[in-house]
Design a protein around this ligand. Structure first.
Ligand SMILES: Cc1cc2nc3c(=O)[nH]c(=O)nc-3n(C[C@H](O)[C@H](O)[C@H](O)COP(=O)(O)O)c2cc1C
Ligand SMILES: [Mn+2]
Length: 498
């Protein structure tokens, strides 16, 4: 099944799949929606369409991404790894051998060609056009998420800018604090591409913000692509259909034709405002900091436009699945630079930048340290605070197994690397903002070449005895054979947690 073409098709799909509930009661976007959504997200519940947000003209969609199943529905894929594999196939393309492979190669090339956005003359995103004094952000049910927030924040935007030197497009998800009817703050952090465009601009930078996109394009705004790669290409590739764009009404940018709402406007180079505090995805309030002011010159909409929102806060929240999608989709791309990486996991509780567990095919002394440094040098992963390296046979998604390896295989004096480097903009722990310590833990097997003693063998039962017990299981009268990855381990897990 291909991914939904726009937000309405997505809502219809969610409803057909029993993955969406409409809430007709009047609910307040000031804190009340957050508390409802927090409970629903933590229970693995459905997407919610609030039809009557208090004091607003438009309905609010939230928790569209809150489970793995919905994420797969959004991508039209059986698993998030499948999406990554398709991307990996293209990245790893080799000259085809034989006819069958040539045909497959052509299909891949077509999927690359189709990923290029397509310009069209008109689209429903501009059914309603409000300009100048008609612009009123108060029409939208913008949430104030947490009690200490400085005000309402637009939390699920796709912010579109152009590199003033090259004209290359960037799309990033950067929250917007609503300041009044026609201005917001623009919270792009120091490592982000939109901010780089702003710094390169001469006096003014034009911006368009798309709200209420098909779920793949909305996801793509959060994807950590290199600066020169257009996020809409990734969206088109995953969708298998180009993203259609229409010219904006008041700025020299193109905007997604299928958006529910578009805000057009500009930022002046010398105009900053205090942004925040904001209850952030770190689980803490980010204190006020200066960020640019976004002046909205036009607000275009579909008729009866639906406003999309997301709440971040103490993990886990809905954004956990946007992060997990990135983790899975980017694995093949990471392997292009660091092929010894077998798998990796960014724990949700680590807010993605605090911890990276990585398994490697280790083949020389210091290999774990090489991979730590590779991660600290790779795109947005470079902001990772701690890296745990394990051997290829360790399941990085099984935190108990990782804990076991760290405990069993680490001599803290020899295997812990304290380094330093850039840290996430939002990390409040380091002494200096943006810069501080890094922790690397080498939990792989070692040997004399790395200053360890002879490494003992791991305990494993012999295949012969395993087979015998499989065959004779019924004879023992112990009931159904326990699933080694299922309930038995589950029971043990519970025991260990107590
Ligand atoms: C729900 C959500 C909200 C986000 N809010 C911000 C934000 O306010 N500022 C920011 O710099 N990054 C934010 N991010 C992360 C960026 O979207 C992400 O780093 C993305 O790669 C930025 O695009 P860029 O690489 O083109 O700069 C957010 C991500 C998600 C999923
Ligand atoms: Mn980018």
């Amino acid at each position: 099944m291909s991914p939904p073409a726009d937000l309405r098709a997505w809502i219809a799909l969610l409803e057909r799949e029993g993955e969406l509930i409409r809430v007709s009661a009047e609910v307040d976007p000031y804190l009340e929606i957050t508390e409802i959504v927090d409970r629903v997200v933590k229970a693995g519940g459905p997407a919610l369409l609030f039809e009557n947000p208090k004091d607003a003209q438009h309905p609010l969609l939230i928790n569209q991404f809150g489970t793995e199943r919905r994420m797969c529905l959004a991508f039209g894929a059986d698993s998030l790894d499948d999406v990554g594999r398709r991307l990996g196939d293209v990245l790893e393309m080799q000259p085809p051998q034989g006819l069958a492979e040539k045909v497959r190669g052509l299909k891949k090339l077509k999927s690359i060609a189709d990923s290029q956005p397509k310009s069209v003359r008109s689209g429903p995103a501009q059914d309603v056009v409000l300009t100048g004094d008609e612009v009123d952000l108060g029409l939208l049910p913008v949430q104030t998420c947490w009690p200490g927030d400085a005000g309402p924040f637009i939390t699920l935007p796709a912010v579109i800018t152009k590199d003033p030197r090259t004209g290359g497009r960037n799309v990033g998800m950067y929250r917007l604090q609503v300041l009044d009817e026609r201005t917001t703050a623009m919270h792009w952090q120091i490592h982000k591409d939109g901010r780089a465009d702003y710094l390169l601009a001469d006096g003014k930078l034009e911006v368009a913000v798309a709200l209420g996109l098909d779920p793949v394009t909305a996801y793509a705004a959060s994807a950590p692509l290199p600066k020169h790669v257009d996020e809409l290409m990734l969206a088109g590739f995953i969708r298998g259909e180009p993203v259609e764009l229409v010219p904006a009404k008041t700025v020299d940018l193109e905007v997604p034709a299928n958006a529910e709402i578009v805000l057009e406007g500009y930022l002046a180079k010398d105009e900053l405002t205090e942004e925040g505090p904001f209850g952030d995805h770190t689980g803490y309030y980010t204190p006020p900091e200066p960020f640019p002011v976004f002046h909205v010159t036009a607000m275009t909409m579909r008729r009866d436009a639906i406003y999309p929102s997301i709440v971040v806060g103490k993990p886990p929240q809905e954004d956990a699945w946007l992060g997990k999608a990135t983790e899975r989709i980017f694995l093949p791309a990471i392997r292009m630079s660091v092929p010894e990486i077998v798998d990796y996991d960014l724990p949700v509780a680590g807010a993605f930048h605090n911890c990276c567990i990585v398994s490697i095919r280790k083949s020389f002394p210091g290999h774990a340290q090489k991979v730590m440094h590779a991660i600290w040098g790779l795109g947005m992963l470079s902001l990772t605070k701690s890296v745990v390296v394990v051997d290829e046979w360790v399941n990085v998604h099984d935190y108990e197994e990782v804990f076991f390896r760290v405990g069993a295989n680490v001599d803290p004096k020899r295997d812990v690397l304290i380094s330093e480097g850039p840290l996430d903009h939002l990390d409040h722990a380091p002494t200096l903002q943006f810069y501080g310590g890094k922790l690397g833990i080498d939990a792989t097997h070692k040997g004399p070449a790395e200053g360890a003693r002879e490494w003992p063998p791991e305990i494993e039962m012999s295949d012969e005895i395993r087979r015998r017990v499989d065959e004779r299981w019924e004879e023992y009268g112990l009931g159904a054979a326990p699933d080694p990855n299922g309930s038995r381990q589950g029971a043990l897990r519970q025991l260990l947690r107590r």
